[in-house]
Structure formats: structure tokens, C-alpha cells
Design a protein around this ligand. Structure first.
Ligand code: TPP
Length: 622
């Protein structure tokens, strides 16, 4: 096995071209083997094997800086840089991360996970290098999807005009998670056929030259027109116009061609953009045919390409189908996604209402202000974004939506702990950061039925409103949700000994704890807040004043969300009570399964139950 020769950074440089080709096959098998077991980002990594081999053959990642955009395609890099054996622990609790991580290896130049940051970070490295007169190369590797993100375009704008020496590798596979969309994609489509243009240009010249008398004049005339023609016909000029030297397109699966171009680019001064064409899912037929389905996978059977676990309904699906039925009744409803049509459950909506569906690309900021504009014009926009990606659109929520008090329904998918994607993707902060925003109403459903009711409520509600729900399915509790009233909590269970305050998927934990405490003759009052904002202060205060004992359980950070809201209330009303708050600490939460992370951070039902017995009821042997 050639892979046996790869143990540390730069071992790749010792291989011949033939060995590298063999290595590419072996790496693909290894990727398939591990990702089919552990889950992860498959298709993007299969597509970038040769490009990574070529890059790390030409550059020296022990000193040169390669910044991987999004970072989901860094598996090959990890295998080549000291983590070949650890790769089996990919995304597992205590194992290596599915994204670049500077703490894992010096060869991971920058932590990524969210899209479109690589060119900015690389520009930082390049500028610092120049200030200190240091000597290293800087490369940003960015996909055609990530290039649609505003930050990437802002960074191109900066780098192009700066004249700074750095390389941007555009890994163009025509796919974001779904098919890539938008004007940038149109530009790239023209660039992809540039090779054909060059060939036909040469043929054209030969033909014109043979036209008697005027032939050679025509060729001279055409040559004079070349630069303006080039501008019209060769869209690579777009990058050149903004200050980049454009090289390519080059076949991203031909190691020799790639190495050739990369070594030339290495010698050039100023900003260079290399356009590399790759095939997402390369080498595994199921992934080549359905790159979107194999973008991010959970455990699957290699022989059939089918998921091992049957996928039952999840919140995203329920959101999607509910929105379709609402949109049939309310013609003003439109749906927006930022490149996450499938993930957010909007595929059915897109098919049913193509004119009322907008995929804006990886552009959360634009998506939110676009929703604000739609709302001003009388539409009812539903926008669904993952919790951690809302972080990018915070000012748009505040300045464009809430300041004008606009009716925009902001659905927050993947809220709370999401698991194996780790720190960049945990939906820890949304309750906290949304709570600060004036005019904003915030809800969280405890099950599918309540999500439907909340979506109904949000359709008729006239103002900015958030509905947050977790990744995955519902956990059933035996209380069917009742009508939603603005700012009204639901008391699910009356009791005298302990008040349990919860919201969203944490209601389930509260319910199970309450049931267990009942066995010990402890009677709990279980409150589903439903609204974080406006908070039902009256119901909460009445309950705490009755029981004098309080716990709050929340799937998010301990800072700023429900726990903080209840603490503020206790102080405001000067309530004397014993209290305990269960939420994630003020840390970034690493990767692992939800169960493992809950245990580590003492958020699991067993821990909370025992803790409550100890703290409130002095019972030890439980
Ligand atoms: C800000 C942000 N929004 C959405 C995502 C989700 N996401 C991860 S990868 C991806 C598509 C990236 O496409 P591209 O850059 O072309 O890379 P490819 O997977 O095709 O190689 C998206 C939308 C993200 N990581 N960050």
C-alpha cells in the first residue's frame, strides 16, 4: 500500500506521479470505509483527492498556509498530515474533528466550518507575512458554492486591489450542497467552456487566414479587437479586471497538470486565482450520481449507498410540509433558503411553488434583508436557516427586520446541540442572541404538532418572529399542545414541591424528570414556556412563589437565554427560592454524539434527576 508510506507532513513529496495516482485510489477507499461508518462529508472529499495531493506536493504545509473554506473537504489533508490512523475516530467524541482545527495540527492553518471565510483569513496571513518580511505561501481553497457567499466576494474585492501575493484555488464542481445557483455560477459556467473557446478560436483564425485578399487583414483586425472580444467572450477577465491573474480551468483530477500549474502559480507575484474543475463524489458511483445526497451522510451501506438507519420524520420535514399547506391557504407566503433547500425541508415547497421559493446561495445576510424587503412589499416570508448560520445575519435581523418591526418568520433549524459536526455547528447561542433584540417574538415547539400550531400563529402574527427547533425527531410526551396565545406558557402538570421551567425540546427532559420524581412522592409543576419572548412572567412567578423550588432546563448556552431570563425575573420580583439551572456552560462545545455531550456537560436526564434529589430533597441513594 502506498498509504503506508504516508505518516507525516511532506511524506507525499517522496512519491512518484504513478504512486500518487495509486495513493488517490487508496485514499478514496479509506474515505469510503471511514465515512460510511462514522458519517460525515463524503462527496466533497471524494472530489478533492487529487487536488489535495497536488497542493501538498507543491507547497510545504509545515510553513505554507492553506486555508480550507468551510473545511468540510479537509479529510484528505488530515490523512496526509499525521492523522492517517486517527482518521478512524473522525467526528467521534474525543476523536478528530470533521473540520480543520488549529489545536489538532499545525498544518491546519485556520479553523473553519462556516462558509466563505477562507479568502479573508488567507489575506490576513499574507498581509502579516508581508509586514514581517516572512517567507511563506498562502493559499485559500474555496468551492464554487462558498464563492457565492458575500464574505468571499468582499475578500476578493480587497485582495484583488491590494496586489498581495496569494493564491485562491477555486474548486468548481458545479455544486453547492444542491446544484449551485446564481450569477457567479453563470460566470463559472462560461469559464468552464473556456477550453473549447480557445480551441475554436484557433480553428477560426486558420479559416479566416485562408480567405483571399481580406483574410490577413481580418486576422489583424480581429487581433486588435482581441482584448475587447476577450472581455466579452472570456469571462476569466472578470477576475483579471478585479486584480487577479486567472489561471485555468484545469482538470482537478489530473495530478500532473495540477502540479504543473501550481508550481507556476507559486512563482507569480500578486493575487492569482486558479480555476480547478472537479467532480463531486468522484470514484463512488452513488455519490457521483447524487452528490447532494452524499454531501453530508450518516452511517450507510457501501454496497447499496443506502443509509443504515431508516430516517423517520424530523422537524425540518414537518416544517416543510406544514409550510406547503399554509402556502396553499395564504398566497402571500414565500419561502427562502440560503443554499440549504434539502436540509431545511424546503424541497417540496420548491417543487410546489417554484415562483414563491428562493434559494439565494450561501448568503444568509442577503437572505434576511431580502426577506425584509419582501415583507415591506406585503409578502409573508418564511426563512429557514440553521441556528449557527444565523450568527452571520445578526445585524440584518436587528437592523433590517426588527427595527422596522417587519412580519418575517425566522425559522431556526438545528437549534441546540447538534452533535458530530462540533463547535462550529452547535446551535448554542440563538436563544441568547435573539432575546436581546427589541420587537422580536421567540417561540420553540416541544413537538411536531406544536411546531404546526406555531407556524400557523406566526403566519397571522404581524411582526418579526422566531421559531426554533432542534435537529432530528420529536420526543413524545403525553400532553397534546393547546392553542398558541402570544406570550402564554402552558402548565403541563400542576404540583407543589418543585417548579420545572422548560422550552422546546427540553420539555421532554422536564417531563421525564417530573415522572421520576413523582415516584418519590415529589410533586412538580411542569411549565412549557413556549415563548422565550415575551416571557409569561405571571405563570412563572406564581409557580415559584408556590413551590419555592425551581429548576430551569434549556438546550443552549447558560448565558443569555431562558436561564438568564428566569434569573432576571427572580431578581426583578425579589422571589425567595432555591434554584438550579441546567444549560450548556459558557464554552464552545466540541463534537460527539448528543448523548455523549449531554453526559459530559451534565445535561442528561439521569444527572439532572439525581442532582435535583440531592440539592432540593437531600436524598442520596437514588
Ligand atoms: C455560512 C454557512 N452557510 C451554510 C453552510 C452549509 N454548507 C456547508 S458546505 C455547503 C456547500 C459548499 O459548496 P462548495 O463551496 O461548492 O463546496 P463543495 O462541497 O461543493 O466542495 C454549504 C451550503 C455553511 N457551512 N456555512
Amino acid at each position: 500500500m502506498i498509504l503506508d508510506k504516508i505518516n507525516k507532513t511532506n511524506d507525499i513529496k517522496k512519491l512518484s506521479l504513478e504512486e500518487k495516482k495509486e495513493l488517490a485510489d487508496e485514499i478514496r477507499s479509506y474515505l469510503l470505509d471511514v465515512v460510511s461508518q462514522n458519517g460525515g462529508h463524503l462527496a466533497s472529499n471524494l472530489g478533492i483527492v487529487e487536488l489535495t495531493i497536488a497542493l501538498e506536493s507543491i507547497f510545504d504545509v509545515s510553513k505554507d498556509k492553506i486555508v480550507w473554506d468551510v473545511g468540510h473537504q479537509c479529510y484528505v489533508h488530515k490523512i496526509l498530515n499525521g492523522r492517517k490512523n486517527d482518521f478512524r475516530s473522525l467526528r467521534k467524541f474525543g476523536g478528530i474533528s470533521g473540520f480543520p482545527n488549529v489545536l489538532e495540527s499545525k498544518t491546519d492553518a485556520f479553523n473553519t466550518g462556516h462558509s466563505s471565510t477562507s479568502i479573508s483569513a488567507a489575506m490576513g496571513y499574507a498581509s502579516a507575512r508581508d509586514i514581517y518580511h516572512k517567507d511563506y505561501h498562502v493559499v485559500a481553497v474555496i468551492g464554487d458554492g462558498a464563492l457565492t457567499g458575500g464574505m468571499a466576494l468582499e475578500a476578493l474585492n480587497h485582495v484583488g486591489s491590494s496586489g498581495t501575493k496569494m493564491i485562491v484555488i477555486l474548486n468548481d464542481n458545479e455544486m453547492s450542497i444542491s446544484k449551485n445557483i446564481g450569477g457567479i455560477n453563470l460566470l463559472l459556467t462560461k469559464l468552464r467552456i473556456r477550453k473549447n473557446y480557445t480551441k475554436s478560436n484557433r480553428t477560426g483564425k486558420r479559416i479566416v487566414n485562408h480567405i483571399p485578399i481580406v483574410g490577413s487583414y481580418l486576422v489583424r483586425f480581429v487581433s486588435k479587437m482581441k482584448s475587447s472580444l476577450k472581455q466579452m467572450i472570456l469571462p476569466g477577465m472578470y477576475f483579471e479586471e478585479i486584480g487577479f491573474r486567472y489561471l485555468g480551468p484545469v482538470d482537478g483530477h489530473d495530478i500532473a497538470d495540477l502540479e504543473d500549474l501550481l508550481s507556476k502559480a507559486k512563482e507569480l507575484d500578486g493575487p492569482t486565482l486558479i480555476h480547478v474543475i472537479t467532480k463531486k463524489g468522484k470514484g463512488y458511483s452513488y455519490a457521483e450520481e447524487n452528490p447532494d445526497k452524499f454531501h453530508g451522510v450518516s452511517k450507510f451501506d457501501l454496497a447499496t449507498g443506502k443509509a443504515v438507519k431508516f430516517k423517520s420524520d424530523d422537524y425540518s420535514k414537518v416544517f416543510g410540509s406544514t409550510l406547503v399547506s399554509l402556502a396553499k391557504r395564504y398566497k402571500k407566503i414565500v419561502a427562502i433558503t440560503a443554499a440549504m433547500k434539502d436540509g431545511t425541508g424546503l424541497s417540496e415547497f420548491a417543487k410546489t411553488f417554484p415562483n414563491r421559493f428562493f434559494d439565494v446561495g450561501i448568503a444568509e445576510q442577503h437572505a434576511l434583508t431580502f426577506a425584509a424587503g419582501l415583507s415591506r412589499a406585503g409578502m409573508i416570508p418564511f426563512i429557514s436557516i440553521y441556528s449557527s448560520f444565523y450568527q452571520r445575519g445578526y445585524d440584518q435581523v436587528i437592523h433590517d427586520i426588527c427595527l422596522q418591526n417587519l412580519h418575517v418568520v425566522m425559522c431556526v433549524d438545528r437549534a441546540g446541540i447538534v452533535g458530530n459536526d462540533g463547535a462550529t455547528h452547535q446551535g448554542m447561542f440563538d436563544l441568547a442572541f435573539f432575546r436581546l433584540v427589541p420587537n422580536l417574538t421567540i417561540m420553540a415547539p416541544r413537538d411536531f404538532k406544536q411546531l404546526e400550531l406555531m407556524m400557523n400563529f406566526a403566519t397571522k402574527y404581524d411582526g418579526p418572529i422566531v421559531i426554533r427547533y432542534p435537529r432530528g425527531g420529536e420526543k413524545m410526551i403525553p400532553y397534546s399542545p393547546s392553542t398558541i396565545q402570544l406570550g402564554r406558557a402552558e402548565v403541563l402538570q400542576s404540583g407543589n414541591d418543585l417548579t420545572i421551567i422548560t422550552i422546546g425540546n427540553s420539555v421532554y427532559k422536564g417531563y421525564v424528570i417530573q415522572e421520576r420524581l413523582k415516584q418519590k412522592n415529589i410533586s412538580c409543576e411542569l411549565i412549557d414556556c413556549r415563548f422565550l419572548k415575551p416571557l409569561d412572567k405571571k405563570t412563572i412567578v406564581n409557580s415559584i412563589q408556590k413551590t419555592k423550588n425551581l429548576i430551569v432546563i434549556e438546550d443552549g448556552t447558560i448565558v443569555g437565554g431562558l436561564c438568564t431570563a428566569v434569573k432576571e425575573l427572580i431578581i426583578e420580583k425579589n422571589i425567595d427560592c432555591l434554584s438550579s439551572f441546567y444549560a450548556y456552560p459558557d464554552h464552545f462545545i466540541e463534537h460527539g454524539s448528543v448523548d455523549e455531550l449531554e453526559k459530559k456537560y451534565k445535561q442528561d436526564i439521569s444527572f439532572i434527576y439525581k442532582d435535583v434529589l440531592r440539592k432540593f430533597f437531600h436524598k442520596k441513594n437514588v
